[in-house]
Design a protein around this ligand. Structure first.
Ligand SMILES: Nc1ncnc2c1ncn2[C@@H]1O[C@H](COP(=O)(O)OP(=O)(O)OP(=O)(O)O)[C@@H](O)[C@H]1O
Length: 664
């Protein structure tokens, strides 16, 4: 059934050496073949392919995507599948280890809707779809059937969202959606008011009933930011509502929780185990769960949270569907929103359009005093639970960042060039090569070679990081303040390896700062060294992605060096450097690791000549995520060609979730 130039086991080894496969992919295939005594090379090949897809964050392997003449996309194909792709499914189902969802006996590999899954991922996906559909279709606040209650809820909404010049106030519609549904998914780009909306929603819910509410985010950094945003948003709400003179204002605002935890903490980590304390048989004790930065939640984690949710509870997902998908398999938030995407066949530009059932249109229209008839759909599916915030309130003053983010998000190359050429003062382009081949803008840094581009970035970096390093050398002992100053600036790299990846840039920055006498990196741990944690240490309370600074310990007489971290609740954690779990220097970090964080000034570094494997990682979601981490300034060290190539390339994550939510 397949033709190969060598025995399949030898080919697997070669593909691993060529990095077309990981060692895990190879061993998974070999072990499964051995376990099921399958000697057919096609079986081993397919197992290694499905594992390779999973390693590349796909949930499944769509059989139609297999290139039968060159399944591993080698330069010269050494393997060919001699079956018509349409017949492949039937052929595979003849293997003992491959079955369908209807089989009485559970097989390790499942084919469903033309996709091949590992059994575990198949059950994650089907159960996540089932949970989300069930939550979305469950009736919630029966009091809204009562006209008086409906009118009073509508009046409260009108107070919270006074009329403005926009035809549709999507924040108000999102709040109403969350009042009417057990599941509400509120998405939107940076500064579109997701936190503002959820704060108003929590106020509304708290003023109507007593509830146990928990706020969570996927990482400690994102949880800390959510907590800060909710606090700020509560203050704004208190000031807005005090002008109206609402009864029990202070009491109800005080009921809105401010503390946010990580998802891991919410679910209860059991050391050295993949299981959590809370699950289907020991559900969480809460009435409402709000998950921020939901785009970072992968399929297995979403499955664990949904399983642990008590039957009566409400779930609100907040996030930006256009950001990079989760580090692990799946793109759950993007799949949930997929049915709202409309692509113009001619221009290829996409836009989002809400879909509500006629009953939901009526209810939302009554609650918001706005006619939503144009969004009625005969088959809205999960659409009744969705609301997208379209208007950014953050980027009005700092127009350049918002304009660039939008142009990249729409993969609109002429517009991207136009934005760079406008010369916005908050945008700075540094060309890798000769300066005048770039987007000729006034804010360019002149450079005549690749090294000159890097030099310009290093000059900027010394200036930016010089502030917190100077504070340390002047004997400032306020760790919170120094960490805050360090967090004003960050270099983000698209890649890990290479001169322009995290490793190379960290090295260059270390050398440049040392040459200026700002740091003394003769020892591994020196004052001012930023570190990022690379694995979880539940005993210390440090998690993958946590960032800290090595600083003299203010409580020690000798000023011994300790790693200082700000935790999700805002408190300071000090750890002896020798006790740190695996970590690395963090003047620069990957865009992936920066999700959920924001910095005053972000510098994105793109590679000069990305390899084919690197090109697959350079996507518009990656560039968009990097730009939207910047609050006031965004610099890019790159080449016009690579920036445009990346902005054109969309992330593709194979998954059947969107189909289960929108078509089944
Ligand atoms: N309807 C509104 N009118 C005016 N300003 C608003 C409105 N909604 C939000 N803002 C302002 O926009 C800013 C961002 O709001 P918010 O933090 O709620 O957005 P977000 O979508 O949660 O942002 P992030 O992407 O940081 O999570 C805040 O300063 C807020 O006061």
């Amino acid at each position: 059934m397949i033709t190969t130039t060598k025995p399949i086991n030898d080919l697997l080894k070669e593909w691993q050496e060529q990095r077309l496969l990981t060692s895990l992919d190879r061993h998974f295939a070999l072990q499964l073949a051995q376990l099921h005594q399958e000697t057919a090379p096609l079986f081993t090949l397919i197992c290694s392919l499905v594992s390779q897809y999973l390693s590349s964050q796909h949930t499944c392997l769509p059989l139609k995507q297999i290139d039968t003449s060159n399944p591993f996309k080698e330069q010269i194909s050494q393997c060919q599948i001699n079956i018509n792709i349409d017949e492949l499914e039937q052929t595979l189902l003849q293997f003992d280890a491959i079955g369908t969802a209807d089989d009485a006996e559970l097989k390790p590999l499942i084919i469903d809707k033309g996709n091949l899954y590992l059994q575990r991922y198949f059950s994650y996906e089907t159960q996540v779809a089932e949970h989300l559909n069930r939550l979305s279709f469950a009736p919630v606040d029966s009091s809204l059937n009562d006209d008086t209650e409906l009118a009073s809820a509508s009046e409260l909404l009108n107070q919270l969202f006074p009329a403005n010049e926009q035809q549709y106030d999507w924040q108000k519609i999102a709040t109403a959606t969350a009042m009417t549904k057990k599941l509400a998914v509120i998405t939107g780009g940076p500064g579109t008011g997701k936190t503002t909306t959820v704060t108003k929603l929590l106020y509304l819910l708290c003023s109507r009933q007593e509830m146990t509410i928990r706020l969570v985010a996927p990482t400690g950094k994102a949880a800390a930011r959510l907590s800060e945003s909710i606090k700020a948003s509560k203050l704004r709400l208190a000031s807005e509502m005090s002008q109206i003179g609402t009864a029990d204002l202070e009491k109800n605002i005080a009921k809105i929780p401010e503390e946010a935890a990580t998802l891991h903490r919410l679910l209860g980590v059991i050391p050295n185990s993949h299981q959590f304390r809370h699950h289907k048989d020991n559900p969480l004790r809460l009435d409402l769960l709000v998950i921020d930065e939901a785009s970072m939640v992968d399929l297995p984690m979403m499955h664990k949270v949904l399983s642990a949710l008590p039957e009566h509870a409400k779930l609100i997902l907040l996030g930006d569907q256009d950001q990079l998908a989760s580090v692990e398999a799946g793109a759950v938030l993007a799949d949930i929103c997929a049915g709202l995407k409309q692509v113009n066949k001619k221009t290829k530009q996409s836009r989002w359009q809400m879909h509500y059932s006629p009953a939901q249109v009526e209810l939302l229209s009554q609650l918001t005093s706005t006619s939503l008839a144009e969004f009625a759909s005969a088959n809205p599916k999960i659409g009744d639970s969705l609301c997208m915030l379209m208007h950014s309130h953050r980027f009005q003053g700092d127009a350049g960042i918002g304009q660039l983010a939008t142009a990249v998000n729409h993969s609109n190359l002429p517009r991207i060039a136009e934005v760079w050429q406008t010369g916005y003062q908050e945008l700075c382009w540094i060309e890798h090569a000769i300066a005048n081949t770039a987007h000729g803008s006034s804010s360019q840094v002149n450079s005549s070679s690749a090294n000159k581009g890097l030099e310009a970035l290093l000059v900027q970096t010394i200036e930016q990081y010089g502030v917190y390093l100077a504070a340390i050398s002047q004997g400032d002992v306020d760790a919170d303040k120094i960490i805050d100053s360090f967090n004003q600036y960050r270099i983000l790299c698209a890649m890990r390896a290479g001169e322009y990846g995290v490793e190379g840039i960290n090295q260059s920055v270390t050398t440049a700062l040392a040459a200026k006498g700002l740091i003394h990196p003769e020892q591994e741990f020196y004052a001012g060294r930023p570190i990022i944690i690379q694995s979880n240490d539940y005993n210390l309370g440090l998690f993958n992605g946590d960032i800290g600074l090595i600083l003299p310990d203010s409580s020690s007489q000798t000023g011994r060096l300790m790693a200082h971290f700000i935790q999700a609740d805002g408190s300071l954690l000090k750890v002896l450097p020798a006790r740190l779990p695996s970590h690395e220097t963090c003047y620069a970090m990957t865009v992936h690791k920066s999700q959920g964080s924001e910095f005053n000034h972000v510098s994105l570094v793109l590679p000069i000549k990305p390899s084919i494997a690197q090109q697959q990682l350079l996507t518009k979601e990656l560039v968009y995520t990097a730009i939207t981490r910047a609050k006031h300034h965004f610099t890019c060290l790159g080449s016009q060609r690579v920036f445009e190539q990346a902005s054109r390339c969309l992330t593709q994550r194979a998954s059947g979730l969107a189909q289960r939510l929108w078509r089944d």
